[in-house]
Design a protein around this ligand. Structure first.
Ligand code: EPU
Length: 349
């Protein structure tokens, strides 16, 4: 058993990008896997719950804080092997992995640049953007099993990856992710799959670096990179998932949009076929067309001025206000389009 340096009543708001929420009753920073194991064991012995906090960029902390042990994931080992394989500890900032890969001309994550947060979080919510998903390059995930505190590896095929979800997200009580092994492509061909990205690229066969800088520029325009000078900076990225609906429901919404004059042509309703019989709609589009314009404010909370899918904290607000506004948005979209939006960031509870 290692000596655990457990702190009391640690404010969590400064450790999140939303800068909201109360303190953790107990808090420990874990730079090594055995510290995580010991911390989990300590919490169990004390009879209190334990939760993991990493980059804090996709996390909503209740105003009452967390009555348990928060383990700050800070495992920071990062190794690039010759064949495109990368091992990263869960606490490694994700952008360090992207940068290291690009420096070696390794392909597979060039579209996933500019995403705030830690590497360990990427398989949990199967991070995706601009035509790539991290599940395409995850080889295996290193985890601590919360039952017996044993360490094991899960192959990508056993991680239950789907759109913004995984086994780890669906059952957060089972595993703690401590590291990820990636297999990237050393041939260096970038992925140009996302229509907006394709339109924005200046050359027909761009380099990895061009793809990366174009994605960064797109993200910047949407206030989706962390910039201390950006008034939309206090956010958790997309606050809602893009809803998956049946093809019939998607058709109904397109017909409604045409009937109500929201669009002139059905192609103007953004949607993507995902699997047989299912269509993914754009939540940002639904929110705006429900009458919630970019920049709409409710006190200290607002919709980003650059993207209707991001909720922004302007300072001095509370999580209750944030969740209240989120519920208002959800109701508006449901009343208008009959689609219930689901929250994307994790609620610490
Ligand atoms: N749209 C609007 N109004 C808005 C925002 C978007 O009408 O305010 C429309 C756009 O015009 C476009 C469509 O919605 O036709 C899609 O917008 P965008 O390309 O910005 O992507 P998104 O679906 O809103 C998703 C991810 C982002 C990711 C981008 C790019 C989710 C929940 N969000 O957003 O991921 O960066 O695609 O791939 O899937 C995140 O998860 O935090 C995140 C930022």
């Amino acid at each position: 058993m290692y000596e655990l340096d457990i702190e009391r009543d640690v404010p969590l708001a400064p450790l999140t990008t939303l800068e909201l929420g109360g303190p953790a009753s107990y808090f420990v920073r874990a730079e090594r896997e055995p510290t995580v194991v010991d911390a989990l064991r300590w919490a169990r012995a004390e009879g209190i719950p334990a939760a993991i906090l990493a980059g804090g960029s996709n996390l909503v902390v209740p105003d009452a804080g967390y009555r348990g042990l928060v383990i700050q994931m800070a495992i920071g080992d990062l190794a690039f092997q010759r064949d495109g394989r990368v091992h990263a500890g869960a606490g490694v900032p994700w952008e360090a992995v992207v940068e290291g890969a690009l420096a070696r001309k390794w392909a597979g994550i060039e579209c996933l640049t500019g995403i705030p947060g830690s590497t360990g979080a990427t398989p949990i919510q199967n991070v995706g953007a601009y035509g790539q998903e991290v599940s395409e390059v995850v080889e295996r995930v290193r985890v601590i099993h919360r039952d017996d505190l044993g360490v094991q590896h899960l192959a990508a095929a056993d991680c239950g990856f789907d759109y913004r979800t995984s086994l780890f997200k669906q059952d957060p009580t089972r595993f703690v992710v401590t590291g990820v092994d990636f297999a990237l492509r050393t041939d260096g061909e970038p992925t140009v799959r996302y229509a907006e990205l394709e339109r924005s690229l200046e050359t027909p066969s761009p380099s990895l670096e061009e793809v990366r800088s174009t994605v960064l520029e797109l993200r910047r325009q949407k206030s989706m990179v962390l910039d201390p000078h950006d008034p939309n900076r206090r956010s958790a990225g997309s606050f809602f998932l893009n809803p998956m609906v049946s093809d019939d429901e998607a058709r109904r919404i397109v017909e409604q949009a045409l009937r109500e004059g929201l669009v002139d042509d059905s192609a103007e309703v953004p949607r993507y076929p995902v699997e047989a019989g299912r269509t993914k709609l754009a939540a940002g589009w639904l929110i705006e067309r429900s009458g919630i314009a970019k920049g709409t404010r409710r006190g200290a909370i607002g919709v980003s001025t650059r993207h209707a899918l991001a909720l922004v904290h302007h300072g001095g607000g509370t999580t209750a206000e944030l969740l209240g506004f989120a519920e208002e948005i959800r109701r508006r979209v449901e009343d208008r389009f009959g689609v219930r939006l689901e929250q994307e960031p994790r609620l610490l509870e």
